[in-house]
Design a binder for this molecule. Structure first.
Ligand SMILES: NC(=O)c1ccc[n+]([C@@H]2O[C@H](COP(=O)([O-])OP(=O)(O)OC[C@H]3O[C@@H](n4cnc5c(N)ncnc54)[C@H](O)[C@@H]3O)[C@@H](O)[C@H]2O)c1
Length: 367
């Protein structure tokens, strides 16, 4: 199978390409506009593929439908993993149109290209942001979908367009279209060999930000909110290791490629119509560990792993941050047999720290 990975030069896209190569995928065809991507990640992937010709990457915006269609046809791609997009909540509030363009129009363009090139299967990087402020915890796939910022709105709209694309494509169990919508909670960690890691600029994610403090590259951190109704007053989030997240993609990929019902799917939870026969076109799965850690617990894990204090100050809450986000990940466990291997913060932080010590300035600037 030849797999298209969009956003391949970013944090998750690069780890996805690595996982596909290690899993024996025939060829990974990556695209990235390089608006946020790193040439260093592409070089690491070329190194992993060696001279095998199993990895190729093109600078391409997914909104360039003609070029994307041509690439899919030329490469004989059988499935797409779609990571490309803009990802920062705060930025999405300031620039909602840019987020709509990258995340919704980008997805729409990809869907049109998949249709034109007759590529039937798609795994989509969705987000817990589609749920908004939880009314119930843990969050199940059937929880209300009510995003509270433009980023979440664009992820939900992309999900809806993907569902419509899949349903328009004939009987799913008979060679028609299928899509897996993976709703990630917080992702952390890096490839265990230190070849790939997390390098967002600016970095807004907690683990790499705290590790930059440990490294001396950042002075300290502001903890946004210390008066939440949580045990230590700081926000609580569900973290999944990037390797476990990629394993979830691999099990979803097997589901997409297999005709008929996934074992363990029961026609319950309001989607009976779709699960009635072997004709499920799209399915959402939460990817989280199912238990969560506070900001202060994460900082403590960073201190333990690195041996460095993480100085921080307590600052006011940021608007729109829910106190707790915890995944009910039982559906993906039950239906696809996925289970995280890394369940401690320390193992996630240790792999991120390994990468950061090898790359104290992140990926080198592009030549
Ligand atoms: N990192 C997380 O914790 C997290 C959590 C939930 C969901 N997600 C989703 O996972 C995906 C990847 O996130 P990430 O953390 O790797 O972000 P990232 O910014 O590291 O990677 C995104 C990549 O997409 C590329 N890109 C952006 N717009 C593009 C376009 N129009 N055409 C082609 N390439 C384009 C960027 O250059 C970048 O390399 C996103 O869709 C995000 O919404 C991430």
């Amino acid at each position: 199978m030849r797999v298209l990975v969009t956003g391949v030069a970013g944090y998750l896209g690069s780890h996805a390409a690595r996982s596909l190569l290690l899993a024996g995928c025939e060829r990974v065809v990556g695209v990235d506009s390089m608006v946020r991507g790193h040439r260093g990640a592409l070089r690491a992937l070329q190194g992993l593929a060696g001279g095998s010709g199993r990895f190729a990457a093109e600078v391409l915006d997914v909104r360039d439908r003609p070029r994307l269609t041509d690439l899919l046809r030329r490469e004989g791609v059988g499935m797409a993993w779609h990571f490309a997009g803009l990802t920062q909540v705060g930025e999405s509030v300031a620039q909602p149109d840019a987020y709509w363009g990258a995340n919704v129009e980008g997805t729409e363009s990809l869907l049109a290209a998949l249709e034109a090139a007759e590529v039937p299967h798609l795994v989509f990087s969705s987000s817990a942001a589609v749920y908004g402020t939880p009314r119930e915890l843990p969050l199940a796939e059937t929880s209300p979908l009510a995003p509270v910022n433009p980023y979440g709105v664009t992820k939900l709209e992309a999900e809806r367009r993907i569902q419509a694309w899949a349903e328009a494509g004939g009987r799913a169990g008979q060679g028609g279209r299928r899509a897996a919508l993976l709703r990630y909670f917080n992702v952390a960690g890096a490839a265990p060999d230190g070849s790939l890691g997390e390098d967002h600029r600016p970095e807004t994610h907690l683990v790499p930000s705290a590790l930059q403090v440990a490294l001396g590259a950042r002075r300290g951190l502001e903890v946004l909110g210390s008066d939440y109704p949580t045990p230590d007053g700081t926000c609580v989030r569900d973290y999944v290791h990037v390797d476990d997240l990629m394993e979830a993609h691999l099990v979803a990929m097997r589901w997409l490629a297999r005709p008929g019902l996934p074992s363990g799917v029961h026609p319950t939870e309001g989607d009976a119509a779709r699960t009635r026969d072997a004709d499920i076109h799209s399915r959402a799965w939460n990817v989280g560990v199912g238990h969560a850690f506070s900001v202060l617990e994460v900082l403590d894990a960073c201190r333990r792993v690195t041996g460095h204090a993480i100085p921080h100050t307590l600052a006011p809450r940021r608007e729109g941050d829910p106190a707790r986000l915890v995944a009910d990940a039982s559906r993906i466990h039950r239906e696809l047999g996925w289970q995280p291997r890394h369940t401690t913060l320390d193992s996630m932080v240790a792999s991120a720290w390994h990468w950061m010590r090898r790359h104290p300035n992140g990926y080198p600037p592009s030549p």
